[in-house]
Ligand binder design. Structure first.
Ligand code: MN
Length: 234
């Protein structure tokens, strides 16, 4: 069966000549039948539009903080590893992907940039969610519901490597996972085929937890549907 092409965004910091991406994202996508491709960052909108046209899904990966000016807050020394180029690239990719109703999955920074793209805001610094040590270690419980029903258990133990979180929810978005302390850990767009962001790192839990693999399988299933539907439209 033909694999859907899924674009992965890469991590970057201002003034750096290097992109970084952890291999765990592509490993799990290859394993569940997708064709992941890491996309370079760019201000060339034609290139970004053509990239979205050539793909069947968008995965917004983890990374540094989003520039707070983009959600109406002031710069803060708490905001780390900002890349204005990455911010611009991802906001443009989300805009183009939404126009095509392409499936989008966001992880960690990904959920945050998805929320900002829809006009939402972020807490610039929260405590209690940055675990020390292994990415595969469970850190806190979340309560999941709605689009995550049938994918993750209602009471679900997740890892946690973030010091920022969704504050005011963006337009048309709803919460589908919340931590024990009230922190928003999952968002989605009810009137959209698959627009899901999670604050934890499911790609780091796939070996120990079947629900994480299920989430990627569901994403890839939606990307495959999108691919088959676009063939019909041609
Ligand atoms: Mn957390």
């Amino acid at each position: 069966m033909k694999r859907p092409v899924i674009l992965l965004t890469v991590n970057h910091e201002n003034d750096s000549e290097t992109y970084r991406i952890k291999r765990t994202y592509s490993d799990v996508l290859i394993n569940v039948g997708a064709l992941p491709l890491a996309l370079p960052l760019s201000d060339d909108k034609n290139f970004l539009k053509e990239s979205i046209r050539s793909a069947h899904g968008l995965l917004l990966t983890g990374g540094g903080d989003i520039a707070p000016e983009l959600y109406g807050e002031e710069q803060s020394e708490k905001c780390e590893s900002v890349s204005s180029l990455r911010d611009r690239t991802e906001l443009t990719l989300i805009e183009y992907a939404l126009e095509k109703r392409m499936p989008i999955l966001g992880i960690c920074r990904g959920i945050q940039v998805m929320n900002v793209a829809l006009g939402g805001t972020l807490y610039r610094d929260i405590s209690g969610h940055m675990a020390q040590g292994g990415y595969d270690k469970v850190h806190h419980m979340v309560e999941t519901e709605k689009i995550l029903e049938g994918i993750c258990p209602h009471n679900y133990a997740v890892n946690s490597f973030h010091h920022q979180a969704v504050r005011v929810l963006g337009d048309e978005l709803d919460v589908c996972a919340r931590a024990y302390d009230g922190t928003t850990e999952g968002i989605y767009m009810p009137k959209y085929p698959f627009f899901v962001g999670v604050q934890w790192h499911p790609e780091r839990m796939v070996n120990a937890d079947t629900s994480s693999r299920k989430l990627f399988k569901e994403f890839v299933r939606r990307c495959t549907e999108y691919m088959n539907d676009s063939k019909e439209r041609e």
